[in-house]
Design a binder for this molecule. Structure first.
Ligand SMILES: Cc1ncc(COP(=O)(O)O)c(C=O)c1O
Length: 305
């Protein structure tokens, strides 16, 4: 990861159903380590370097934004990278690799394909633990890149925002593994903002998500509160209803802002619904984070975690 100071990403004002909405264009921060990935990896790369690690290890599906971001960041930092990929059937069928996997491979990431049951267990799976233990100096970043250091990196976005725009009434973002929404809550509290933080779960069955998010937050941050909306997952991780697809195509035509199919189409759609239901009105000043997900032009609607 480059050590120089990143430029603040732009804030773009748009009209959404008669409400003025600020879009934090974090999708424009980097062509590959895009959006929340750059923020989440920043302090993890620093920690790996301080620990003199030689290899970054992480986990992801065949279309994982995080896997690719880690491969790129490792190369940039002069570290080796090892990615455990969900699905051992891919080991023998390189012709079926996604563009994400090919890109990771080109960047020098060693790919280890593991069964779905081992993948669920991560380091607790003996085969995975054995590979990790065989490497002398390594630094493990969890699936999706979410951990305490990732939360710290995302929290900085609110400080960046505080210098760019008046305090919003709401901050909205998509939720996969929960690190991004946790970072926004942390940043809001650090900046003494009062605004509501709303996460939009993209995956069905994230009902336990609040427990995951709370583990990264201090008690004052938990007291500030946040909401995770579970009704916009569109039937599951990569499931997209025709309505959702129509919304995101129309949105791009009107605003010129492209939305990935898995994360941002759902969070922007959710905001539109909150406006339609008058839970957010023209009296409010909502701000929505565009978290990227468009790198490499893949925008695939499956296995992106
Ligand atoms: C583009 C994009 N947006 C949002 C998210 C969700 O972030 P989090 O996993 O921190 O909840 C992810 C994946 O992690 C992502 O790739």
């Amino acid at each position: 990861m480059r050590q120089h100071q990143q430029q603040p990403t732009p804030c773009q004002s748009i009209d959404l159903l008669g409400v003025s909405v600020v879009v934090k264009r974090d999708d424009l921060n980097h062509p590959v380590i895009q959006g929340n990935k750059l923020r989440k990896l920043k302090y993890n790369i620093k920690a790996a370097q301080s620990a003199q690690a030689q290899t970054l290890i992480t986990f992801g599906g065949a279309y994982s934004n995080h896997l690719l971001a880690t491969a790129f960041a490792a190369k940039q930092a002069g570290l080796k990278a090892l990615g455990f990929v969900r699905g051992d059937e891919l080991a023998e069928t390189t012709s079926k690799w996604s563009s994400t996997l090919n890109h990771c491979h080109q960047l020098g990431m060693q790919l280890e394909f593991v069964s779905r049951s081992d993948y669920r267990l991560k380091q607790a799976a003996p085969a995975i633990a054995e590979t990790i233990n065989s490497l002398s100096e390594s630094y493990v970043i969890p699936e999706g890149g979410s951990n305490q250091l990732a939360v710290k990196g995302v929290a900085e976005m609110v400080t960046e925002l505080a210098a760019q725009t008046p305090e919003p009434t709401h901050i909205i973002c998509p939720v996969g593994t929960g690190g991004t929404v946790a970072g926004l809550v942390q940043g809001v509290v650090q900046n003494n903002w009062q605004c509501q933080v709303i996460g939009v779960a993209v995956l069905k069955g994230l009902q336990e998500m609040e427990n995951t998010i709370n583990q990264w937050l201090g008690s004052n941050e938990i007291d500030h509160g946040y909401q995770v909306l579970h009704e916009f997952s569109g039937g599951g991780y990569a499931k997209n209803s025709q309505e959702l697809i129509g919304f995101s195509l129309g949105f791009e035509q009107i605003t010129g802002i492209p939305l990935d199919k898995v994360y941002n189409s759902k969070s922007f759609y959710a905001l539109a619904q909150l406006i339609k239901n008058q839970q957010i009105t023209s009296e409010d000043r909502p701000l929505i984070i565009h978290t990227g997900g468009l790198q490499g032009g893949t925008n695939q609607a499956k296995d992106l975690r």
